[in-house]
Design a protein around this ligand. Structure first.
Ligand SMILES: Cc1cc2nc3c(=O)[nH]c(=O)nc-3n(C[C@H](O)[C@H](O)[C@H](O)COP(=O)(O)OP(=O)(O)OC[C@H]3O[C@@H](n4cnc5c(N)ncnc54)[C@H](O)[C@@H]3O)c2cc1C
Length: 376
């Protein structure tokens, strides 16, 4: 039944490429259009927790990801002097042969997803997007940049927080919420003793390190900021080093000394967004950051994008009538994604109040990871 279906995926990021793999595994015809004329993937790492690895396992990609990542089973919480105050055991959801969590370079994850999508026969057009969508009862007519027209059974917007597809299918969309936080990240050679994610709570900022391959780790710093803040591009490394002035201990002293090049510093003010349900209108739907954008406090934004893709592919291939398909999709996705988005905002708010004990952060994260271990 699924063999005759044809799906257009708008956006070739983590959600779009995963959806392409998941649909091709179920014999659904797939086209991806990606706005960028060539792939331009930021070179910083990302964590994939147990539920994300479980979703990747369901589409046959866990081993490829683990092979190019760094696996670990716990997250260490430490104080400003680098003293461990607790360790969160990450739920192992993929069996004894796989780590509970990995960190992976974004380019490495992109390579795994892109290669799999191509091997499975997804067609990919770079430098292309959609200019119009017209819905009929049984199909969607799409016009592309350049004027080409085509008809699809479903159109899926995987085009990120500023989604154009979302604007095409909904009359009103709430604005993303600025969290008042920014995140800084820098890749650097891995210290041998950094064998899992470690977080250090300081009086002004939270810092952390995460090993994303055998040889590399990345530093991250979460900082409260005012809206519209401007920074000197040539002195980004200096501003970041200054953030770390309060920290001591081998790991943070090493990390601070590695920040020497402004070009290697990635800085992002952080937004949060949750599209009210449903995420579809007729046969067009948005998933991933286009439907929910979360701060990295639970290291799960890409994770819920990957899960969306796996669940949507299963339902599209099931042949369910459209209303039931999307009712089931929202029943399986909305509350879970809301839990991630809202808890991440809460953790960020807690970080702004440095009188809150580290133990309170630890307990909220432990309880949330436990909830997220539930099957999707
Ligand atoms: C600092 C930071 C750290 C993070 N750390 C983690 C982590 O540790 N773990 C985790 O799980 N998540 C993490 N995340 C979240 C994660 O990066 C995102 O949730 C994830 O990238 C979302 O994927 P996506 O495919 O939905 O969107 P995107 O990654 O934004 O991809 C959208 C794609 O669509 C393309 N596009 C945009 N507009 C159009 C258009 N009109 N037409 C065609 N194509 C278009 C874009 O070029 C892009 O390729 C982090 C995020 C940030 C900012």
């Amino acid at each position: 039944m699924s063999a005759s279906k044809k799906v257009l995926i708008v956006g070739g990021g983590i959600a779009g490429l995963t959806l392409a793999v998941a649909l091709r595994r179920r014999d659904v015809e797939v086209e991806i259009v990606e706005l960028q004329p060539q792939w331009d993937i930021l070179g910083v790492g990302i964590s994939l927790t147990g539920p994300t690895l479980r979703a990747l396992q369901s589409i046959g990609l866990i081993d490829r990801c683990v092979a190019v990542a760094f696996g670990f089973n716990r997250i260490v919480f430490a104080d400003v002097a680098g003293r461990e105050v607790g360790a969160l055991g990450m739920p192992p959801l993929c069996g004894p042969d796989h780590p509970a969590t990995v960190a992976i370079g974004r380019p490495a994850l992109h390579d795994v997803l892109l290669r799999a999508a191509q091997e499975l026969g997804a067609s990919i057009a770079l430098g292309t997007t959609v200019t119009a969508l017209a819905q009929r009862a049984d199909a969607v007519d799409v016009t592309f940049t350049g004027g080409r027209r085509e008809t699809y059974d479903f159109v899926v917007g995987c085009d990120g927080i500023r989604s154009a597809v979302r604007d095409m299918i909904f009359d009103e969309v709430p604005d993303p919420h600025f969290t008042g936080l920014a995140v800084w990240r820098v890749s650097m050679p891995r210290l041998a003793e950094v064998d899992c994610m470690q977080m250090f709570y300081g009086p002004k900022v939270k810092a952390g390190v995460n090993p994303h391959s055998r040889d590399e780790m990345f530093l991250f710093v979460v900082e409260p900021i005012q809206p519209g803040r401007r920074l000197p591009p040539d002195a980004m490394h200096q501003v970041l080093r200054d953030q770390l002035g309060d920290f001591s201990g081998d790991v943070m002293e090493y990390a601070r000394a590695q920040i020497t090049d402004p070009a290697g510093v990635d800085y992002r003010p952080m937004n949060s967004f949750l599209l009210p349900r449903p995420w579809n209108r007729g046969r067009a739907v948005v998933i991933g950051d286009a439907a929910h954008t979360t701060t990295p406090h639970l290291a799960t934004g890409a994770g819920i994008a990957i899960e969306d893709a796996v669940v949507l592919a299963e339902l599209i291939a099931s042949g369910l009538p459209v209303p039931e398909l999307f009712e089931q999709f929202m029943a399986r996705r909305f509350d879970r994604c809301r839990l991630v988005v809202e808890t991440a905002v809460k953790l960020g708010e807690m970080e702004k109040d440095t009188t809150i004990p580290i133990q309170t952060h630890f307990e909220l994260m432990t309880a949330t990871f436990r909830k997220l271990a539930a099957p999707i």
